[in-house]
Ligand binder design. Structure first.
Ligand SMILES: Cc1ncc(C[n+]2csc(CCOP(=O)(O)OP(=O)(O)O)c2C)c(N)n1
Ligand SMILES: CC(=O)[C@@H](O)[C@H](O)COP(=O)(O)O
Ligand SMILES: [Mg+2]
Length: 622
């Protein structure tokens, strides 16, 4: 196998043409076989095998730097830098990450996970190189989906000042996770099928002048031509007009062609964009046919592409999806917004039923929030469904555009808590902290699936901003009959005891219930309260609990700093209520990948660990 000869970076450069062709196929088989077992981001990776090989052949990654936008497509890069063996543990606890990690390999130039950062980071490096007089290439590889994100434009707007080489590779597969959207997508569509890049440069004398020799010769040729000197339409003119030389489009399945264009890109003095057309899921039929389903997949049967494990219980996302459908039917003012996550957030159904009230804004969380604010101001009832970790980048918009004006926007914060295999960049463990501190914003979390439904209805009826956070995965289906109406700032007592009060929020209510059982077996009766609201807190309930229990335990799936427990503790101190407080939260750290169960155990958030911590706090004579 040629693949076995790739042990470290640059080993690919030892291969002849025939061997490169073999390698291409071997990598494709390797990825399908391995991801079929471990799960992972398959379709995007299959699409960039040739592009990645061409990049590794064209650059020296002991020195040059490639920044992978989002980073979910970096598997071939990992293989070519000698990490083939890591695929057995891909995204598993203690195993290899699914994203680039500088701590994993020096050839990973920059950590990514969230979209549209690569051009900024690359530009920063290229700028640093200019100032320090170093000598290396910087290449930012960005997908057409990631190019819908505002940061990419902010970076391109700045790139024109570069006097030295800076390469942007646009990996254009016409897909975000699902179909790509927006004006840039339409613009790219208008010349995606154009002929070879060189013939299309007529008229682009501006940037050709930045390509030594070849460019100058072409400019001369264009100037001497009798007709067609100024074509009405020149591919890539948008980039050209921003001062970024455009080269492309080039066939992303053809390593030789890509290398040829990259060689030219290396000669440009200034920023240059190489437009590469790729195919999401290339070479594996089920993924080519269903690129969105194979964007991120669990284990599957290779022959059929059918998932190996079937979902048994409803996920919180499914519940959200169903309630949104019902609310869409009942309430014509309800509109749904997603930032390129219609599948993941469960809004696909709403999209199909109410297409005119569904808005996919692209990977543009900041815009999505202010867009929602505008809609709310004009009388609609926007629901922005967004992953907790992606809402982080729209903090100012939540604060300044929605909450400061007290506008009735609903934030359906999915993937709140530990998400597991995507790891540190995607864990939704900061939202209770960053949302609970914003005035006017009500922050809630359901204990089970019925409560998510009730909370969503409550939020849609509210005349002010509300965020509901709920975790990835199966929805809790305990306490079907305990469904007291949701009232702002009111908690729900689930069971009463005397020694300790477990004041838990969201997913941790179920854990509190398990802890209660474990303590009951030891003869220790506890109270369990479902807090429901992280903000405003149920102050009356807290007063009563503090007065009647020697120990109050707060439980949350969020970091400790600024979180639920911190707010509870601050309130008790303010009121001079002197019960002992034990705060169960995620330590203030970035949490790497692994299954949610493993991570909870490691972080002391599982029922056994919490029980031990409580026992350590209770007086010995109990
Ligand atoms: C800020 C942010 N929002 C959403 C996502 C989720 N996400 C991951 S990949 C992706 C689509 C990216 O599309 P593209 O850049 O074209 O890459 P492709 O998957 O097509 O290779 C999205 C929306 C993210 N990673 N970061
Ligand atoms: C790379 C990325 O950001 C997404 O593809 C993410 O991995 C999706 O996560 P879920 O599997 O939780 O939808
Ligand atoms: Mg794409």
């Amino acid at each position: 196998m040629v693949l076995d000869r790739i042990k470290k970076v640059n080993d690919i450069k030892q291969l002849n043409e025939e061997e490169l062709e073999e390698l291409q196929e071997e990598i494709r088989d390797f990825l399908v076989e391995n991801i079929a077992k471990t799960g992972g981001h398959l379709a995007s990776n299959l699409g960039v095998i040739e592009l990645t090989m061409a990049l590794h052949l064209s650059f020296d990654l002991t020195r040059d730097r490639i920044i992978w936008d989002v980073g979910h497509q970096s598997y071939t890069h990992k293989i070519l830098t000698g990490r083939k063996l890591g695929f057995v543990t891909l995204r598993q606890y203690g195993g290899m990450s699914g994203f680039p990690k500088t701590q994993e390999d020096p050839a990973d130039a920059f950590n990514t996970g969230h979209s549209s950062t690569s051009i900024s980071a690359g530009l920063g490096m290229a700028q640093a190189r200019e100032l320090t007089g170093d000598n290396y290439y910087v290449v930012s590889v960005i997908g057409d989906g990631a190019l819908t994100g505002g940061m990419a434009y902010e970076a391109m707007n700045n790139a024109s000042r570069m006097k030295t080489n800076f390469i942007i590779v646009l990996n254009d597969n016409q897909m975000s996770i699902s179909e790509n959207v927006g004006g840039m997508n339409q613009y790219l569509n208008s010349f995606r099928t154009s002929d070879a890049y060189l013939d299309l440069k007529d008229g682009v004398t501006n940037s050709l002048n930045r390509i030594p020799v070849v460019g100058e010769r072409m400019v001369k040729r264009i100037r001497n031509a009798k007709s067609g000197i100024k074509q009405l339409f020149v591919p890539g003119m948008f980039f050209e007009n921003m001062g970024i030389t455009y080269l492309g489009p080039v066939d992303g399945t053809n390593i030789k062609e890509i290398r040829k264009v990259l060689a030219e890109a290396k000669r440009v003095r200034g920023p240059v964009l190489v437009h590469v057309r790729t195919i999401k899921g290339e070479g594996y039929l089920p993924a080519e046919r269903h690129p969105a389903r194979f964007h991120g997949t669990g284990p599957f049967d290779i022959d059929t592409g059918v998932p190996l494990y079937h979902q048994e219980k409803a996920h919180y996302t499914d519940v959200f999806s169903t309630v949104m459908r019902k609310m869409g039917e009942r309430e014509p003012k309800v509109v749904a917004i997603t930032a390129a996550m219609a599948d993941g957030t469960g809004l696909k159904r709403f999209k199909n039923l109410f297409p005119e009230r569904f808005f996919d804004v692209g990977i543009a969380e900041e815009h999505a929030v202010t867009f929602a604010a505008g809609m709310a101001k004009a009388g609609l009832k926007p629901v922005f469904a967004v992953y907790s970790s992606f809402l982080q980048r729209a903090y100012d918009q939540v604060l300044h555009d929605v909450c400061a004006q007290n506008l009735p926007v609903v934030f359906a914060v999915d993937r709140a808590g530990l998400v597991g295999k995507d790891g540190a960049t995607h864990q939704g463990i900061f939202d209770l902290s960053y949302l609970s501190s914003i005035p006017n914003l009500t922050v809630m979390a359901p204990k089970n699936k019925w409560e998510l439904s009730d909370m969503l209805k409550f939020a849609i009826a509210a005349e002010e901003p509300v965020a509901i956070r709920y975790p990835r995965g199966e929805a809790c289906d305990l306490w079907k009959d305990q469904r007291a109406p949701i009232q702002k700032g009111c908690a729900e007592v689930l069971a009463e005891g005397t020694y300790a009060a477990l004041f838990a929020i969201g997913s941790m209510v179920e854990t509190a219930w398990q802890v209660r059982k474990k303590l009951a077996e030891k003869g220790i009766p506890t109270t369990v309260v479902n807090a429901r609201f992280a903000m405003p807190l149920d102050k009356n309930c807290l007063r009563k609990l503090a007065e009647s229990h020697p120990l109050l335990v707060t439980m949350e799936e969020n970091v400790a700093s600024g979180g639920f427990g911190e707010h509870v503790a601050a309130f008790l101190e303010e009121e001079a209520l002197h019960t002992k407080v034990l705060r169960i939260a995620i330590p203030d750290c970035f949490v790497e990948h692994g299954s949610v169960g493993e991570l909870k155990k490691a972080l002391g958030l599982d029922a056994d660990s919490v029980t031990e911590k409580i026992l350590a706090e209770l007086p010995e004579e109990l």
